[in-house]
Design a protein around this ligand. Structure first.
Ligand code: DLZ
Length: 161
């Protein structure tokens, strides 16, 4: 895009995902939330043209395990992007901080190590209601947003090929 066209940039526009392959890693912890994130992500990928055969879903026990799940996709498949979907809810101990820190650093590392879009689709909330509100509730579905981000990043990567 030329600099003169910047005011015409349309962020609502989503590229076609028709020829893109996706891996989705879903955490089992707080599955009422993460299952809804996953359903939203799959629906959104398909809405933008992704083929069912080009979307693979794997589950891991908790959000801390999302990083390794992502690495397994990156090393063993030809996916164009990986979505990490989890939900960490604040408890009484510092466990929350360690898990959030671990998975956010892990996702960043995977992006760089594999030069692959690895999308951070992890809700980090104070309570379950806040999480439900963002998993198909009053604040939308962050799984949908993760899917759109994945599509945009694959398209960006292809722009540089
Ligand atoms: C142990 C734990 C706790 C307390 N809370 C959550 C949470 O809110 N969300 C989540 O995804 N996982 C949680 N876990 C599990 C950890 O992610 C991980 O599975 C364990 O520490 C084992 O490595």
């Amino acid at each position: 895009m030329a600099t003169k066209d910047l005011s015409a940039y349309d962020m609502e526009k989503v590229p076609s995902a028709e020829n893109m392959k996706f891996g989705i890693v879903v955490s089992e912890w707080n599955y009422e939330v993460t299952g809804a994130l996953a359903r939203g992500a799959v629906e959104t990928l398909k809405k933008h043209g992704a083929q069912d055969d080009n979307i693979r879903v794997k589950h891991v026990p908790g959000s801390f395990e999302l990083t390794l799940g992502g690495q397994l996709f990156a090393e063993n498949t030809d996916v164009d992007a990986v979505l990490l979907l989890g939900c960490v809810i604040q408890g009484e101990t510092r466990h929350f901080d360690f898990i959030c820190e671990g998975v956010s650093q892990g996702a960043t590392h995977l992006n760089m190590k594999f030069n692959l879009p690895v999308i951070f689709g992890v809700l980090t909330t104070d309570n379950q209601q806040q999480a439900l509100d963002r998993a198909g509730g009053k604040h939308g579905n962050k799984g949908d947003e993760a899917a759109v981000t994945a599509i945009k990043m694959v398209a960006l990567q292809r722009d540089f090929e």
